[in-house]
Design a protein around this ligand. Sequence first.
Ligand code: P1T
Length: 379
Amino acid sequence: MRFNTKTIHGNQKHDETTGAVMPPIFQTSTYAQSSPGKHKGYEYSRTGNPTRTALENALASIENGNYGLAFGSGLAAIDAVMKLFKPGDEIISTNDLYGGTFRLFTKIFEKYGLKFHFVPMNNTNGIIEKINKNTKLIWVETPTNPMLNIIDIESTSIIAKKHKILLAVDNTFATPYIQTPLDLGADIVMHSATKYIGGHSDLVMGALIVKDKTLSEQLYFIQNASGAVCGPMDSFLALRGIKTLHVRMQRHCENARLIAAYLENHPKVETVYYPGLENHPNHIIAKKQMRDFGGMISFTTKGNNYDDAIHIVENLKFFTLAESLGGVESLAGHPASMTHASIPKEEREKTGVVASLIRLSVGIEAVEDLIEDLEQAIG
Ligand code: P1T
């Protein structure tokens, strides 16, 4: 089955009791039992809910995995991965990543004895240097948020396998329309399903997808034992989002490509970060592992002036100034003061999150309107 069919049919079936074509929203916390322990497969909605099951199966299909798990947020999904480990275990992570992930690692899990190494992953040397007998996981976000660096998943997975370390990939920015990390050797794919999977900025959700049965059982145990599940209504919305993922992504990519080209030629723009540009430092890896280049663009303005950046984001009309990304509508953000404010300034600036950096989540509106909007705001 091809990807565009999987989004609509992959691991999805009509409701067996009524024939409902769309999965019913099982808005229930519990399920009747005929005798203690005798039930129809569901006993309590933290443990399992049929609408969530429908979503989890669809997630497994689109990521070419065998098992999907849905959580109450992207961070809740990452939190579940971290609970696979014990004090003293070490994790090597991308140094340029979503600020909330950095905060979860350093402010929560370091307290419980996990040790994190944040390294640039433009080449694998940085990773190899940090590997020791306690290393249990390599955490990769690619493209990275917000600098749009591309990390070679396949090369990283070869190192991980050699040292018997798990490899997890945050696939939020790319989505399985663009790349399927499990096919490239990753063990765990993670999503902030709040973004492109949901696609309409109307829910907060996370997901994990794996191939391995034992790993799925460990994660399922944590999902149930820690309890950060998503509700049936949000599961339904995310499943509906998946059905149009391919058409939305196609337009996100088309629009972003044109906007990146426009920004590149703008006299007031200093640097454009978009993996589809030939001058992007990781363009060759991007071409190798991605089927397209996505809808996210970051750029800086000449002079790296904070006020110029704020003037632009305040004056955009179709790009709403807001956190988040991946919805049908265009959004703009100022990472240094918004999504990445939880990363210390020196750390942040080392990765390129400077005062004039603006991040665009290019929506699926008419691209001409989006370019005119940028034109009037940048001036
Ligand atoms: O917000 P939540 O659903 O908990 O997902 C966290 C998360 C994880 N990984 C990546 C790559 C992300 O971008 C996010 C959330 N990011 C934003 C809210 C943002 O505006 O960048």
